[in-house]
Design a protein around this ligand. Structure first.
Ligand SMILES: Nc1ncnc2c1ncn2[C@@H]1O[C@H](COP(=O)(O)OP(=O)(O)OP(=O)(O)O)[C@@H](O)[C@H]1O
Ligand SMILES: [Mg+2]
Length: 602
């Protein structure tokens, strides 16, 4: 169970404040309770979004870890006036069908900072830090004096467990209150409810709808129900039943670390030989690496020493030698992609779209970290969208929407660096392109480097920006092909219309000059119509004949067998959406006139 793997580093930073020669230490919880703005609680609207986001991201992670198709119910309501100036009291509840949490782990999960099952796992999980949900509990406690209300059940438990969790800020630990057990109509799952001060924003930067719709877009396997203030309850169905396969985790690559991280990493291993720590704790380190390290000046005896007993100078020497040792690039196997298929199905839910293209690049290495970039571009049919307005950009990191600090983000920097004009889209110099387009860019990596602890912006390293740029260029090329085809078709239509307009005048004139009979003139007009492909009547007549023939045959067969079954043939598949195709194909009856008209229009 995920919950059994919950580890805590609070022993290092927790404990009651101690006084030693006038220097005091404070607990991790104390630090975060004073700096909640660093983890997404810097405004009232952000507080609501962050609380919802932390709970939904956790639910998705938990389901994914356990191979469960997620079904999540989100409920947000205004419960009254808040205690902060100009704030409302907001109730936020998120219920999932995930694995549930063992009662012993409930206080750690919701009331203790740096308690997580995801530390250093090398997986593309949404959560990484063990901070998110405890920060939400702290905000609830600080603003409305209530903790997080939890209900949870694992398959192992006969009854569900309920409690209110509060953060003991002085000691960085969770405290349980109002414990109960009860019968629950589900085998496993978790419901978490917060009462916080804040303000609800539906759209835009801190928009709850923007977050939920974005989450549904890049999690095509999610079934989501939500009830938000001033809106009816809404369900977003999943478009695929395949649960993302969580790839094997990879250990960090030594070349991706800074000295401090390198030393801190060793603390996770306790009393093992330096050699064993390096081999087990990192990817791409093997016996050959040790030979190279010794060649680079590391003492062979040091590699046999316990890592626990190594001092800072020794770590530094080892670290420097490691940086100078050639290692294989990290493996890209640990990257979890959304996939072109799923993204294609998902993007059609964004509105009435008349064109879309999806590009899923192969995983690659950027800054020594495995990473995969996927891009979807869609053109909206909505004619009310101002063609001078910047396109709508949706950014995602490990399948979580990013909603703030756009301009500093690697994704936006890559978008503005592409010359979209060459693909047929308007673009002011070094700005976002313009028009009725949605551009969704997803970056997935087990080691995403964010600019801040609130995970709002992806750090714009040159290598990553270049990789995103290449993916965008591929998507741009697909779009440009379509736009070219479209303008060719428009040109052709324009020419046909001209001929249509002047053709009869020409026929009239020619017939007059050649003194042709009425019959000859009629044939010339018909020939011209056929040439232009506008003669629907002939095709319709032929199709009607075929249809009558079929019906007559069916009637003969039915009479012979005494049965009365209908005859079914596929309809024009162009008219169907991909998802609807199988069902409508099975049931559709032939409609000769309608389908021939459609063909004749083309
Ligand atoms: N709904 C849930 N179902 C099952 N386990 C959960 C659920 N929510 C949280 N957990 C467990 O609690 C742990 C702590 O969650 P928390 O959000 O604090 O940290 P995180 O998700 O690991 O990292 P981050 O701070 O980046 O979000 C998770 O690692 C997970 O094991
Ligand atoms: Mg989390």
């Amino acid at each position: 169970m995920a919950t059994e793997q919950v580890t805590s580093s609070s022993s290092k930073t927790g404990g009651s404040p101690r006084a030693s020669k006038g220097i005091t230490t404070s607990s991790t919880a104390e630090y975060f309770s004073k700096n909640l703005q660093q983890v997404g609680f810097s405004s009232q609207t952000k507080a609501v979004l962050t609380t919802l986001k932390e709970a939904v991201d956790n639910a998705l992670d938990a389901c994914e870890e356990h191979g469960i198709l997620p079904e999540i119910e989100v409920f947000v309501e205004k419960a009254g006036a808040g205690s902060l100036k100009n704030s409302d009291q907001i109730r936020i509840r998120v219920e999932d069908n995930g694995p549930g949490i063992e009662p012993d782990d409930v206080p750690k999960v919701f009331g203790e900072y740096l308690a997580s099952s995801k530390f250093g796992r090398g997986r593309c999980s949404r959560g990484q830090q063990g901070i998110g949900i405890s920060a939400a509990t702290t905000w609830a406690q600080l603003t409305s004096a209530t903790g997080a209300k939890i209900q949870t059940k694992t398959v192992r438990m006969r009854k569900a467990f309920g409690a209110t969790v509060e953060v003991d800020i002085k000691h960085n630990r969770g405290v349980l209150k109002e414990k109960t057990t009860f019968d629950w109509d589900r085998e496993h799952g978790t419901s978490v409810e917060f009462l916080i001060d804040g303000r609800v924003q539906l759209n835009g930067e801190a928009g709850l709808l923007s977050y939920l719709n974005g989450t549904a877009l890049v999690n095509p396997h999610l079934k989501l129900h939500y009830k938000l203030p001033e809106l009816e309850r809404h369900t977003v169905d999943r478009v695929t039943n395949s649960i993302p396969e969580v790839p094997e985790a990879t250990e960090p690559h030594p070349h991706t670390m800074k000295l401090g991280e390198f030393i801190a990493h060793s603390h996770l291993f306790g009393r093992v030989k330096v050699k064993d720590w390096l081999k087990r704790g990192f990817s791409r380190v093997n016996e050959g690496t040790f030979k190279d390290l010794v060649k680079n000046g590391v003492k062979a005896s040091f590699l046999e020493k316990s890592v626990d007993a190594a001092n800072e100078t020794e770590f530094k020497e080892l670290f420097m030698s490691m940086q100078n040792t050639t290692l294989m690039a990290p493996s890209t196997k640990s990257v979890l992609s959304i996939g072109e298929d799923a993204l294609s199905k998902s993007i059609k839910r964004l509105g009435d779209v008349d064109f879309f293209a999806v590009v899923s690049r192969k995983p690659t290495i950027c800054d020594f970290k495995p990473v995969q970039v996927e891009v979807a571009i869609a053109r909206l049919e909505d004619k009310s969208i101002d063609s001078d307005a910047p396109i709508q950009v949706l950014r995602f990191a490990n399948r979580v929407p990013l909603q703030f600090d756009k301009s500093a983000c690697a994704i936006v920097q890559a978008i503005t660096s592409v010359n979209w004009r060459s693909y047929g889209i308007a673009q002011p110099r070094e700005s976002l392109p313009q028009g009725p387009y949605i551009l969704a860019v997803s970056v997935v990596s087990p080691f995403i480097k964010f600019k801040n602890a609130s995970k709002e912006t992806i750090d714009a390293s040159d290598e990553l920006v270049e990789e995103i740029r290449r993916t965008l260029i591929q998507a741009g090329q697909k779009l440009s092909k379509h736009i070219k085809k479209e303008s060719k078709a428009n040109e052709l239509e324009e020419k046909l219309r001209h001929i249509e307009q002047f053709g009869p005048v020409l026929v009239e004139g020619l017939c007059r000059i050649t003194d042709a009979s009425k019959e000859r003139k009629k044939r010339a007009e018909e020939g011209l119509r056929k040439l232009l492909g506008r003669d629907a009547q002939a095709t319709e007549e032929e199709l009607q004949k075929a249809h009558d023939h079929l019906e007559a045959q069916m009637a003969r067969e039915a009479a012979a067998s005494g049965g009365d079954e209908g005859f079914e043939v596929p309809v024009d598949s162009d008219a169907e959406s991909e998802e609807e195709a199988p069902a409508s194909r099975a049931k559709a009856k032939v409609k000769p006139a309608a389908s021939s008209k459609k063909k004749s229009k083309k």
